[in-house]
Each structure stands twice: as C-alpha cells, then as structure tokens.
Write a protein that binds this ligand. Structure first.
Ligand code: GUN
Length: 298
C-alpha cells in the first residue's frame, strides 16, 4: 500500500490560524500588534515573490508587516544602519533579511548585526549556539516546520534512526540538532558520504535537504519510513512548456510506494516555512513585551 501523504499545506494553514488567534490576544494585552520587518535588497524575482507572500501572511495573522525593499545598489553600510534602526524599533519584534543578498554585501556581517532576540530566522550564531546547547532561542523556520510534521505523524521520536541528507546551516545542521534533542539517533549525510543509499536505508526518518532533483530513490527507503523532502528543484521544461515541473530531492512517485508517509513537493515542507516564521514572530513579541505565551500553545 502506498504511503500516506503528509499534507504540509493543511498543517501550515492550521498553524497560521492558531498564530492569528494568539496574535489578536497579544494585541489586546500589549496594546499593539506583534511586528515583523522583512528586508529585501535587489530585484531577484523569486525573493520578491517570497517577500510579498510573507507580508500578506503577516497581515492575515493579525500582525504588523514592515517591508523594506531596497535597490541592488544599496551598500553594506546602508543595510547595516537599517538593521540597527529595526533593532531599536519597539514596534518590530522580528527581523528577516531575505537571502541571498547581492554579492557586494557580506551576508554573515548582516546576520551578525541583527539583535538575536529579533532574529526570527534563527540564523544568528547566538541562536545557533543556543540550539546547540539546549537553551531557548529562535530555531530556523524550515527545520522547525519539519520537526512539527514529524512529531505530528510519529509522536515520540525516541530511539528512532534519523538520517539528514545535507549539512547547511539553515536546514541540515539545525534539523540534526532538533532530532537529537528529541532523542533520535542522528546521522548527517552529505555529498562525500560513502554508500549514501545504504546509510539512508537504515533510517526510520529521512530528511532530504541536498538540493538535487529526485536524488533519493525508492530503493534507498526502508519500508514504512517517514520521508520529509525539503528540496525545491525546477526541472527543465518539457517540450512546449514554458516552465519545468517543481520536484523535491526525493523521487516522490516511486518513494511513496515504499515509505510509510512522505511529504509532497509542492505542498509539503514549503508552506510550513512562513507559518513557522509567524510563530517565531509571535514568540518574539511575547518575550519583548514580557507577556507569557502558555507553554505548548504553539
Ligand atoms: N531565502 C530563502 N529562504 C529564506 C529564509 O527562510 N529566510 C531568509 N532570510 N531568506 C531566505
């Protein structure tokens, strides 16, 4: 029997709904809305779409959205002074600087300038460090979204074998930390891993975040495993089509025949990222305003 499809789109919609309700309650208590500032430098079309979606989702969740769209010619100094202003602005609870930045700007310097307590992306070294040592901070949105889907599906992850394919700072490394915190036995695999298929075949949980279209095949999957596909890759267009299909890092059709459950692309992990961003902003707002958010509320 084919594996269950994990509906990230529906899960994300529920999470956004919960955040919206809690954000309205926050406004009542704090006398202001929770606020998210999103900064985009340059004209990258994909980034423009993401930033537009984030702004709309923020407003739909009863929060204030502050959008800063800057020209490609913006200097690193100008961007750093905007970040400083946002750090100091009490209406701004969360700051997100859309990546990638133009080549003449040092991304690490910009991330380092964000107040860690407004770093709702969880990219600042202080937040990476907090995650590594088990202190509360902000966790990057995509891996936290994957974790929510996994615990919703599997409940307790204790003792399960998890293989994360990919070791980026944004997905692979924080994903591994989260799985470890949940008492899974974690392997991080990557492009130099020997016998990758054999390593993946041991996993009860596979998280694929390598950015290679349909690399993970059905015969890499242990029967019944839970497969989370973080990849978003566009294939070359079919003859006559203007755009190629979007596919994940997992060959979905064949892998579904073996997996117990699997996320589709699109409609799996992707929609979780913005929902978790809103969740992180709500948490930031409560911390900044000194208002308790009941443990486990979201
Ligand atoms: N670019 C693509 N995804 C992201 C994200 O989650 N955060 C930021 N800041 N930039 C991105």
């Amino acid at each position: 029997m084919a594996g269950t499809i994990i509906d990230g789109k529906a899960f994300a919609a529920q999470l956004r709904e919960k955040v919206g309700t809690l954000a309205a309650a926050f406004e009542e208590k704090a006398g202001r809305k929770a606020g998210l500032a999103v900064v985009l430098v340059g004209e990258d079309p994909a980034s423009q779409v993401y930033v537009g979606s984030k702004g709309k989702a923020t407003i739909a969740a009863n929060m204030a959205s502050f959008e800063h769209r800057l020209p490609d010619s913006t200097s690193e100094g100008e961007l750093l002074s905007l970040v400083e202003r946002l750090n100091a602005d009490p209406a701004v609870d969360g700051i997100l600087v859309q990546l990638p930045l133009p080549d003449h700007i040092d991304e690490q310097a910009v991330i380092a300038a964000i107040d860690p307590d407004k770093d709702v992306d969880g990219f600042h070294v202080t937040n990476a460090g907090r995650l590594a040592v088990g202190q509360s901070g902000f966790v990057p949105c995509t891996p936290l979204g994957c974790m929510m889907l996994l615990t919703d599906r599997l409940g307790d992850l204790s003792g399960l074998d998890a293989v994360v394919i990919g070791r980026s700072n944004i997905v692979g490394k924080p994903m591994a930390q989260l799985l470890l915190d949940a008492n899974a036995t974690v392997t991080i695999a990557h492009s130099r891993t020997k016998d990758l298929a054999d390593v993946v075949r041991r996993a009860d949980i596979v998280v694929a975040a390598v950015g290679r279209a349909e690399m993970v095949r059905a015969d890499w999957i242990k029967p019944g495993a839970t497969v989370i596909d973080v990849g978003i890759n566009r294939l070359a267009p079919e003859p006559g089509a203007s755009k190629g299909r979007l596919v994940g890092d997992v060959a979905f059709g064949e892998a579904r025949e073996v997996a117990g459950a699997i996320t589709p692309v699109p409609g799996g992990v992707g929609p979780m990222t913005i929902a978790v961003l809103l969740r992180n902003t709500l948490v930031a707002a409560h911390r900044n305003a000194g208002i308790d958010l009941p443990e486990g509320a979201i």
